[in-house]
Design a protein around this ligand. Structure first.
Ligand SMILES: *Cc1c(COP(=O)(O)O)cnc(C)c1O
Length: 252
């Protein structure tokens, strides 16, 4: 078997395992399988391998972390294009590049970014779906609005008519302590419920993007509607995630 065939087989196999894990978690949580969507977290993965995985999905959905990678891969994606989400830290000077390819930005976490996004959307006469990213683990290394400031931010962003808030996103704590990981997801759900109870005009709160390769079961049990999975499908990445998430990511 050549390398490409082997890679395809691995991806199909890995997707099968992920699907079983999702199903099991849904059963345990008493949820419907179709209420949880899988997003391929495809950073560092080349387009042929991403396409292999997408071709095996009912509703193809991928997420990129870096503007540069998104710009490289965007034109290579075959029609019909998969749904593409941006899931990494977004600098405001890169907004226009992201708008070219992304159907949803999951990482809106500050008012200044939303303002610039609205301006650009007006200029392009476009609209965009977003999730508001919350730093539920309170780690300095992670982006996202602080939980206690999340509702105020959502209210302010809701005034921008071209930005459609669909829900919330978070990256859980990396820890073997499942209770601590679960607490992050619970925090996101609490914020979601608070926002729903405030009935803010133009704000939808149906999506909760949380859970990755290592913690997707916990996230599904707590109500995730989108889980973002990379390693468990494509294998280990060359760079540690801090390369994408920590302060140094601000330089890029
Ligand atoms: C890389 C990444 C993921 C996927 O992480 P894995 O552990 O590889 O499944 C999910 N969300 C974000 C924001 C990521 O950057």
């Amino acid at each position: 078997m050549n390398e490409a065939d082997q890679a395809h087989k691995d991806i199909a196999h890995n997707l099968g395992i992920i699907d079983k894990r999702i199903q099991q978690a849904c059963i345990k949580a008493g949820r419907k399988r179709e209420d949880v969507r899988l997003l391929l977290a495809s950073k560092t993965v080349d387009v042929p391998r991403i396409e292999q995985a997408l071709s095996l999905m009912d509703k193809p959905l991928m997420g990129e972390n870096r503007v540069q990678e998104l710009e490289q891969k965007g034109p290579e994606l075959k029609e019909p294009r998969p749904e593409v989400h941006f899931i990494g830290h977004l600098q405001s000077n890169k907004i226009k590049h992201v708008l070219r390819w992304a159907d949803c930005i999951q990482s809106v976490d500050r008012l200044s970014l939303a303002k610039k996004l609205q301006n650009r959307l007006e200029f392009e006469d476009k609209h965009i779906d977003v999730l508001v990213q919350v730093n539920t683990s309170y780690e300095d290394s992670k982006f996202g609005v602080k939980p206690e400031n999340a509702i105020a931010l959502v209210k302010k962003i809701s005034a921008f008519d071209r930005i459609h808030i669909k829900g919330l996103m978070t990256i859980g704590l990396f820890s073997d302590d499942k209770d601590k990981v679960r607490a992050c997801f619970k925090r996101l759900v609490t914020i979601q419920q608070d926002i729903v109870s405030q009935q803010i005009p133009h704000v939808e709160m149906n999506e909760l993007s949380m859970g990755m390769s290592g913690d997707l079961e916990i996230a599904i049990e707590e109500g995730a509607t989108i889980i973002r999975v990379g390693t468990a499908i494509f294998g280990e990445r060359q760079y540690p995630d801090s390369y994408y998430w920590n302060e140094s990511a601000k330089e890029n």
